[in-house]
Design a protein around this ligand. Structure first.
Ligand code: UD1
Length: 443
């Protein structure tokens, strides 16, 4: 069955209420899986989301020779990299996911060469990889594109001082992994310091790498040590937390996200408070309760690198502004083409105009259920949220994005009282679930 036969049906829902917990971060798990190629042996990752991106990364690592098991119940991934013996990633694997660019460095560290097909993934803006490539070259990596392949090799990574003109997450992660393989001291200046990057740093430190953060945004790595396999529980997904808190807010409900980290969502939570919602943070920043106001005020915000407002919560937050009192201006500064969801929200009755990279939203009293198409992961979240509050029924297609980014988020929403259901044209359960069940049977 293909993803196209699937859709999410969302009906106007009552006030959501209850406790819910998060899986590990989607944006941390992929790079951490890739980083395991720096070691030889068996590593164990906990709280792993069963998303299609994770499945693709499993397939990618298997295609290189890794043996992998996944415990569906415990959300535990066991990866044995002892037998990894290939450095070539084929287009059919690479095309599925941009994050697969992350294996380039780890393959170079292991084999001194890597041939990888050009990355695919979400179509948000141009998403160039020039920051990665320029700095790789500084580190002694020779890289050329041949047909649909990037071919790279290195004699030995050269340590040194690297400067990013923008704190790119992917480039920071790639350079970090190169730096741990480079014998000597490497500084990454103007690095991205998102919680997911910090989780990768925690993993590399467990492996035995020496890494230090210097204010305001420099990462210093003393590389060259032999790295050992690790056991690690992934950082809780702040973007899934955002989705669940927004679902509580848009339905006027009250939800406790038990393992959410408030310190990872500071600006986002501030904006929810400015809207009039009550936000309670647990001890030591663990756990967030949102009690919704019945008359939310519109707020304006601008996306920026951490600790600013995350671009990945821009679309979901926009869904709320559509029903808030007043006018909101949302300025998307991270990606140049990340307002595609606006058109779909308009189909539901939202009043939004676009000026360059800004969306200007005038709150309306009601949204209406419609047939909408999700164009990327976070757009799928935004449309599902709008659907929870919209009169009638919303049918959302483009579910491959929903499944790339979230592990059964519809089930979590339903457990809080939302009327959300994933339908497939056949009576069997979705193929993604079957794939994970098969991996689980290896236990
Ligand atoms: C990561 C996240 C994604 C999030 C994004 C921004 C993962 C797997 N994905 O993507 O969910 O939306 O950060 O927070 O973690 N850029 C260049 N040249 C480069 C690299 C990036 O111009 O070589 C630009 C991009 O086009 C974009 C900006 O820098 O405008 C930020 O991109 P980056 O932080 O690299 O995003 P990703 O790592 O791809």
């Amino acid at each position: 069955m293909s993803m196209h036969d699937m859709y999410l049906e969302i009906k106007q829902s009552p006030e959501l209420s209850g406790d819910i917990s998060l899986f590990g971060a989607k944006n941390a798990v992929l790079v951490i899986m890739a980083s395991l190629l720096l070691t030889r042996g068996v590593s164990r990752l906990k709280n792993v989301p069963a998303s299609s991106d994770v499945l693709h990364m499993i397939r990618l690592l298997e295609s290189l020779g890794a043996s992998i098991r996944f415990d569906r119940q415990k959300h535990e991934l066991v990866i044995d990299t002892t037998q990894v013996n290939k450095w070539c990633v084929k287009p059919e694997i690479m095309n599925k996911m941009r994050a697969s660019i992350l294996v380039l460095v780890t393959l170079l560290a292991r084999f001194y060469r890597a041939d990888i097909a050009f990355p695919g993934g979400c179509v948000i803006g141009n998403r160039p990889i020039d920051f990665h490539v320029k700095n790789f070259q500084k580190m002694g990596v020779e890289i050329e594109s041949k047909g649909s392949y990037l071919k790279a090799h290195v004699r030995s990574f050269i340590p040194g001082e690297l400067v990013l003109e923008y704190p790119s997450i992917g480039a920071t992660e790639n350079l970090l992994m190169a730096a741990v393989a480079a014998p000597g001291s490497t500084k990454i200046i103007n690095a991205a310091l998102e919680p997911e990057v910090m989780d990768l740093i925690a993993v590399l430190q467990k492996m035995g790498a020496q890494i230090e953060i210097q204010a305001p945004a420099t990462i210093e790595v003393r590389g060259g040590a032999e790295l050992k396999p690790i056991e690690h529980e992934l950082v809780a997904d702040r973007l899934e937390a955002g989705a669940l808190l927004l679902a509580a807010a848009i339905t006027g409900g009250s939800v406790h996200v038990t393992n959410a980290r408030a310190d990872h969502l500071a600006v986002f939570l501030l904006k929810l408070e400015e809207m009039g919602h009550l936000v309670k943070k647990g001890l030591k920043s663990k756990g967030i309760v949102l009690e919704a106001t019945k008359s939310p005020q519109a707020v304006s915000f601008k996306t920026s690198p951490y600790p600013g407002f995350p671009t990945d919560l821009q679309a979901p937050m926009m869904a709320l502004q559509c029903l808030a009192r007043g006018r909101s201006v949302i300025d998307e500064t991270v990606f140049e083409n990340r307002l595609v969801h606006v058109r779909e929200l308009q189909k539901m009755g939202a009043q939004i105009s676009i000026e360059g990279a800004k969306a200007i939203i005038t709150g309306v009293d009601e949204l209406y259920g419609a047939r909408v198409i999700a164009s990327d992961i976070r757009a799928s979240c935004a449309l599902a949220l709008a659907g929870l509050a919209a009169k009638g029924t919303t049918i959302m297609t483009g579910l491959s994005h929903w499944q790339r980014g979230y592990d059964n988020l519809h089930k979590k929403l339903a457990s809080l009282g939302a009327h959300v259901h994933l339908y497939s044209s056949t009576t069997i359960s979705p193929s993604l679930e079957n794939e994970f069940q098969k991996l689980s049977h290896r236990y």
